[in-house]
Design a binder for this molecule. Structure first.
Ligand code: RUB
Length: 364
């Protein structure tokens, strides 16, 4: 993605990449106030970065997980294949234990692990597995671009588009899922405006999507999540595009909390509701949305808010609720397939009946 650096230079930067045994990533906890690259030196650091959301978004944490396994291969004992295997399996457990909902994490880790061949020496396995992790990252960039190309045709000149959370380059390695068609429509000189839902509690819309759109001067407006219905009912939104963390075999979709509400609003007001996601987000082993595990995050994300203090320009956390009021923080919800117009993937646009078309698309 293009990033405007403080010295006014514009640079192409990936959300995360591997350099030697380090995993480098844009520190998303500091955006939009500070642009900084965090270096995860070990697989344990990478796991921590996934858990505390230094790197976040389904596609990005999938690649981070794959890189984490690659890091574990580098530090694994090489005296025999069993000790190598033991070390890598420990890393698998740590990395998979970070966030439960986005299936890309499990998919990408398993893809690297599938390359393990116990009849080969550890050094050879290390090489093959690191190559696979890097291949996953490269393919993720290509998928983002193709999702953009396949979805751009759905955006007409003059379109007013709503999105939720951040399903941009920051949630991927580059390009993004929901933001890829938007990015391309803008680059193709279509006049568009993006309504960015703030996405409480962590405000990925207000903090990250807005930052990402600003880098390419894509016109946008941040609105409170609670104003979505107001704008949609006044026919001020032409379409909604969101990303996804896991799509079940029947099309039920887990995405950031608040997505379900938007899908119903879209149906009620007759506007299309698009889900943009790579094929690695589809999980045929999960029959429907009820089987998708929903991450429950800390209540401090509700009771407190992070931001830049005006007076000293420091990033601080402040309490916004009474001390003794409990809070709950489900991070995702499930949108039933019946509310989804089309899935935009790197391969094709998937239309209903999803039970049939999803299976066919993933098979071929
Ligand atoms: C992110 C989120 C995003 C999807 C899209 O949640 O719900 O919409 O992950 O991902 P969080 P992608 O910020 O809690 O990780 O663009 O990678 O498909």
């Amino acid at each position: 993605m293009l990033v405007k650096l403080p010295n006014n230079e514009t640079k192409e930067i990936l959300t995360l990449w591997m350099e030697g045994s380090d995993v480098k990533m844009i520190n998303q906890k500091l955006l939009p106030y500070k642009f900084e690259i965090y270096t995860a030196k070990t697989y344990q650091d990478t796991a921590k970065a996934i858990k505390n959301m230094t790197v976040r978004g389904a596609g990005a944490i999938g690649v981070a997980g794959a890189y984490g396994i690659a890091q574990a291969c580098l530090t694994a004992p090489k005296k025999d294949i069993n000790s190598f295997l033991k070390h890598v399996k420990k890393a698998e457990k740590t990395l998979k234990n970070t966030r439960p909902t986005a299936v890309n994490l499990f998919h990408d880790i398993d893809r690297v692990l599938a390359k393990l061949n116990i009849s080969l020496p550890p050094e050879k396995n290390e090489k093959i597995m690191i190559e696979e992790a890097k291949k996953i990252a490269e393919e993720s960039i290509i998928s983002g671009k193709k999702i953009g190309e396949n979805g751009e045709s759905l955006i007409k000149n003059g379109a007013k588009i709503m999105t939720h959370c951040n399903a941009g380059a920051l949630a991927f390695v580059d390009w993004g899922s929901a933001l890829a068609p938007i990015r391309l429509a803008h680059r193709n000189k279509k006049s568009i405006i993006v309504y960015v839902n703030e996405t409480r509690p962590r405000s990925q819309g207000a903090k990250l999507t807005s930052w990402e759109l600003l880098q390419e001067d894509i016109p946008h407006i941040i609105i409170p999540d609670t104003a979505a219905g107001y704008y949609i009912s006044r026919k001020e939104i032409d379409l909604i595009i969101i990303g996804a963390d896991r799509i079940a075999a029947n099309g039920d979709t887990a995405n950031k909390i608040g997505t379900y509400t938007l899908a119903i609003l879209a149906k009620e007001n007759n506007i299309p509701f698009y889900v943009a996601a790579p094929l690695s987000t589809f999980d045929l082993k999960t029959t429907n949305g009820k089987a998708i595990p929903i991450e429950q995050r800390s209540e401090t994300e509700i009771t407190h808010i992070w931001g830049l203090l005006e007076k000293n320009k420091k990033i601080e956390k402040i309490r916004i609720t009474p001390k003794n009021s409990p809070a709950k923080n489900p991070a995702f919800d499930i949108t039933p397939a019946k509310y989804i117009t089309t899935f935009i993937t790197e391969k094709t646009l998937i239309n209903p009946p999803f039970e049939k078309t999803i299976k066919e698309t993933l098979k071929n």
